[in-house]
Design a protein around this ligand. Sequence first.
Ligand code: NAG
Ligand code: NAG
Ligand code: NAG
Ligand code: NAG
Ligand code: NAG
Ligand code: NAG
Length: 461
Amino acid sequence: MGIRILVLVYWLIGVGYSFLLDDVCSTGNVCSCSQHGIDCDGKGLTEVPAFNISGHPIDISLILLKNNTISILKNNAFSSLQGHVNSMLYMVISHNNISVMEDTCFKGLEDKIFRLDLESNNLHAIPMAITSLNRLSELSLMFNPIQVLDINILSRLGHTLSTFKLTLEQFQRWPSGFRYIFGLDSLFISKYNSTSIKISDFHYMANMHLRTLAISNSPLEEFPVGICDINELTHLDISKNSFTDRTKEFFDVCHTPQRNLIFLFMQSNHFGVFPDIGKTFPAIRILDFSDNNLNYISGELTPMPALENLVLSSNNLVHFPSALSTLAPNVQTIYLSRNKIVDIGNADLMTFSHLENVFFDHNPLEYLAASSFVRNTVLHQIDLSDTKLLTVPCALMSLSYHSISAYLYDNTLECDCRMSCLSHINLSKISFTGHPQCTQPNISVTDFITNVIQANACATK
Ligand SMILES: *[C@@H]1O[C@H](CO)[C@@H](O)[C@H](O)[C@H]1NC(C)=O
Ligand SMILES: *[C@@H]1O[C@H](CO)[C@@H](O)[C@H](O)[C@H]1NC(C)=O
Ligand SMILES: *[C@@H]1O[C@H](CO)[C@@H](O)[C@H](O)[C@H]1NC(C)=O
Ligand SMILES: *[C@@H]1O[C@H](CO)[C@@H](O)[C@H](O)[C@H]1NC(C)=O
Ligand SMILES: *[C@@H]1O[C@H](CO)[C@@H](O)[C@H](O)[C@H]1NC(C)=O
Ligand SMILES: *[C@@H]1O[C@H](CO)[C@@H](O)[C@H](O)[C@H]1NC(C)=O
């Protein structure tokens, strides 16, 4: 599970960081207060409270006002904070009902706020008030019913903004206004309301210096060709769209390889075929292709020698995709959770000498060949939870020369002398996670191995 977090960590940075709540200052109201932040989340506030923090030498760097019902940010709303705020203030006012932000609502904090989260509010346009923030670097307006992108406002934000998150639910054409945010490094778009993006609308994007682009949670059916020309792109997210490609040529619209791209998120589409990703993105390291309709992977694809993390969970794979041995020879982590894999043969994992983590959980897996892991000398995490394995597989024996975690949640295991193959397993190196229990006899797997197998009870029978 740790690796899933690793895959997602990039996207989660920014969602929030926590701080120690410690009532060292009084806000004179329902909020709690610490050395670094004020927390007013979910306090039923209908407006920004007046903070009474006079006399307390604090240096606030975080203000949380999430999940209230504030509908207007009035002029001078934050003036009670003046003098107490760090020059790098992160303000979160997401999940409110803000439709109006008066022009001087940030008075006193104009040169302090560097990150502003206004997700899930009721804004129809980018408020002029935001242009007063002359050091704003990250702005999220995700899940607001934005209808217009005012060029004047965008060009004023353009001086400082590097990350911009936005919902384009009301846009059927790609807005031309992004070109005014010339310093943008990361653009996250959700709910763009069209099945395609015309190259003529998107053309200027190539002149920006975007390194991260997400166009997700949209009904796109065709890969936006213009993305091929954004040469500095390192992260591309086209997840949760409606791509259905049935051929491997999906990315062939890009005529030259994109050598900078390392993260590619394609999950939650309807891909029936694994595209030739290595041809277009030769440097790819992390690929999420989960939640698609894959039932095999062709062997005739370009290898991805740099691929480290491969997520193929929630597809329709019936066998381990043997093409991976040439396609992803250096892979360290493979997720195959929630497929339809019935067996793993001795040859399936043989070639992966860098494999550290493999996830087979939630498959109808009945058979795991005894020598499956003999060549995976650095494997240290294997998930076999919720499979149809009837007993603890002998394959784990070959791993007991180094420390390994074997996840065995929710299996129905019969323990008997078939497990004699595990007689030399070193139980201080292998940890069975998920408290695996034998149904017959009713004892833990570890106890069975120690008290029956390793006590030679089988041999003497
Ligand atoms: C939002 O705040 C209310 C209290 O006003 C609380 O009961 C609820 O759990 C909060 N919701 C979330 C998602 O934090
Ligand atoms: C602010 O807090 C101080 C001390 O906590 C208190 O003496 C003062 O009356 C408060 N002011 C207001 C306006 O609440
Ligand atoms: C949100 O604001 C609108 C006005 O913009 C108002 O009609 C609506 O009642 C508010 N909703 C809540 C839950 O406060
Ligand atoms: C999305 O576009 C369609 C027309 O293609 C339109 O009927 C629909 O109202 C749009 N959705 C929103 C939320 O604007
Ligand atoms: C089992 O592993 C532990 C911890 O690595 C080690 O100290 C011990 O010597 C091993 N026992 C055998 C029999 O190899
Ligand atoms: C198995 O043993 C545990 C206690 O070790 C007991 O709580 C549980 O009910 C037993 N299950 C069956 C099916 O006998």
